[in-house]
Design a binder for this molecule. Structure first.
Ligand SMILES: Nc1ncnc2c1ncn2[C@@H]1O[C@H](COP(=O)(O)OP(=O)(O)OP(=O)(O)O)[C@@H](O)[C@H]1O
Ligand SMILES: [Mg+2]
Length: 507
């Protein structure tokens, strides 16, 4: 048997799946694609998160596009964070190209051109479905993390939320929050002191300054009504294809705080909303974060810990998170260690630092008798990548240099006319972009609060039952460290959607 035949057998065996899967391309040996040596990723392990890495221009974003399209075809909805604005073309069929045909011939897959059902969303005033969350929903814990507050300051934030909850005062935006904070040390000083203890002006001053900093990064655009319901991300079109939700984030590059606020809120909300999935054959929703280094840039330790916890937990809800970035080292080690699918495009060896990074990257991949990983890493062409996935049993598949299939949709952006057409078709724009007057906004939120209260009551009962049955010690590591005020509050009856998550995350 020739070595190529052995290679073929190795790929065929290593990438066999009983259940449904997506095909990434064909394995490559000695720099050439081995036709029909299909590299397949089972849908079953796609909730185990992933990484798409590689030097600029090597094909990361197209790989993201390929995976997203194939998931949509399988009826799995997708959310794309489009930081460079180069993904909207996914709504239109590829015009095709001789090179694409050649690529697919080598792989052994017929090429099919088609567009996909797309919903365009936005965090700012760009066109698209507006993504917002109210400060009330965001909750004291996330707000404290994002503002990087001390334990004392965190206690004050918790008191402000508690006061607003007790008095049914919805905190819609940051303005509302600042107002209550000022009230607590101003006109309302006595009232606050009697109910919740003394609040120091110097602490509220610091919190205010940090909120203003957050506002300067555009967070005031994000906080407010009408808040987005994450259920709207998991829609299927009339042909059974999953919607590809594209969040346009081109104006967010220099505002990492806004981006991390949004990501944290989204992940927490998804975690709170989606049911536990148990052992499932397919994921519920896959999220891709292009230019992912931006969420980790400038993130405080507390914030990173929070992100890591959520990444860990969200998997059991059938949610997969895929980071797309130039260098794997852009992603914190604890997150990297949790990733199931790795698609590594070429790395460039210009400097000593580059060479060190290549060595480190190579060490993170399983050994292969068919390649010298370090060598392959620098010799991969555009639209080729080293792949290591998890098979249905959760075992790593053999390392495969892969000639990737081409996107079925267009590899560039929509024209203005096409974009307007896509926006015109959107059902969500009507739901989220119509102005809500403040009165009705209050009502909507109050209804939500009451629902949350009932939910909290139920949760409390369940908790009580659990406690009596397991008789476990209730003192958590964190609460012993916490300000007494926070301790009281985290055991309070009031739970917001997001806080429900955080109670679990904290423990
Ligand atoms: N799977 C593929 N099939 C066909 N062509 C591809 C494929 N992947 C990449 N290409 C070609 O390579 C070009 C660059 O790819 P892409 O934009 O995905 O790179 P990138 O790694 O995301 O770059 P950057 O770091 O600048 O964002 C594409 O415009 C396309 O022409
Ligand atoms: Mg890119």
């Amino acid at each position: 048997m020739s070595t190529t035949e052995k290679f073929f057998e190795n790929i065929e065996k290593g990438y066999t799946t009983k259940g449904d899967y997506i095909t990434m391309g064909a394995g490559m040996f000695n720099g050439e694609a081995v036709t029909n040596a299909f590299v397949k990723v089972p849908l079953k392990t796609l909730n185990r998160h992933g990484l798409i890495a590689g030097a600029t221009g090597t094909g990361k974003t197209k790989t993201l596009q390929v995976i997203a399209e194939n998931l949509s075809d399988k009826g799995i909805p997708v959310l794309l964070m489009d930081l460079k604005g180069d993904l909207s073309g996914i709504a239109q069929p590829s015009p095709g190209h001789a090179k694409i045909d050649e690529r697919h011939e080598k792989i052994g897959l017929p090429f099919e051109a088609k567009g996909f059902p797309v919903e365009i969303l936005s965090l700012s005033e760009q066109d698209g479905v507006r993504l917002r969350a109210t400060v009330s929903e965001f909750g004291p814990v996330l707000l404290s993390r994002i503002l990087d507050l001390s334990v004392t300051q965190e206690g004050i934030v918790a008191v402000v939320f508690k006061y607003c909850d007790d008095n049914k005062l919805p905190l819609l935006d940051l303005k509302d929050f600042k107002k209550v904070l000022q009230y607590a040390t101003g006109e309302g000083k006595k009232e606050f002191q009697e109910e919740y203890g003394r609040i120091s002006t110097s602490s509220t001053g610091t919190i205010l300054r940090k909120i203003i900093e957050l506002e300067q990064q555009g967070a005031d655009l994000f906080f407010g009504e009408k808040s987005f319901e994450v259920d709207d991300l998991v829609r299927i079109d009339e042909n059974g294809r999953g919607y590809i939700n594209i969040i346009r984030l081109t104006d967010i590059q220099d505002r990492p705080k806004l981006f991390s606020t949004f990501m944290l809120s989204l992940l927490a909300e998804i975690y709170a909303t989606f049911p536990e999935q148990g052992d499932s054959d397919r994921p519920e929703l896959i999220l891709f974060i292009d230019e992912a280094h931006l969420i980790f840039k400038e993130a405080s330790k507390a914030l990173l810990d929070q992100i890591e916890s959520i990444v860990k937990l969200i998997r059991s809800k059938g949610i997969g998170l895929y980071f797309v970035t130039q260098n794997p080292t852009d992603v914190p080690d604890d997150v990297l260690a949790q990733l199931g699918l790795k698609v590594q495009h070429a790395l460039r060896a210009f400097t000593a630092k580059d060479r060190k990074a290549i060595k480190l990257t190579a060490e993170n991949y399983p050994d292969s008798e068919f390649y010298d990983t370090k060598e392959v890493l620098t010799s991969l062409g555009i639209g080729e990548a080293l792949i290591s996935a998890l098979d249905e049993k959760g075992r790593p598949t053999p390392l495969a240099a892969t000639l990737l299939r081409a996107p079925m949709s267009r590899m560039d952006v929509l024209t203005d006319t096409e974009l307007n057409e896509a926006l015109g078709k959107s059902k969500l724009i009507k739901k989220y972009n119509d102005e809500i007057d403040r009165e009705s906004a209050y009502e909507i939120l109050n209804e939500k609060i009451e629902k949350a209260e009932k939910e909290a009551e139920k949760e409390k009962e369940r908790e009580q039952k659990r406690k009596t049955s397991s008789r476990r010690s209730s003192s958590s590591r964190r609460s012993t460290r916490m300000n007494p005020v926070v301790k009281v509050l985290t055991s309070a009856t009031f739970i917001r959607g997001v806080l429900g998550v955080l109670k679990k995350v904290i423990r």
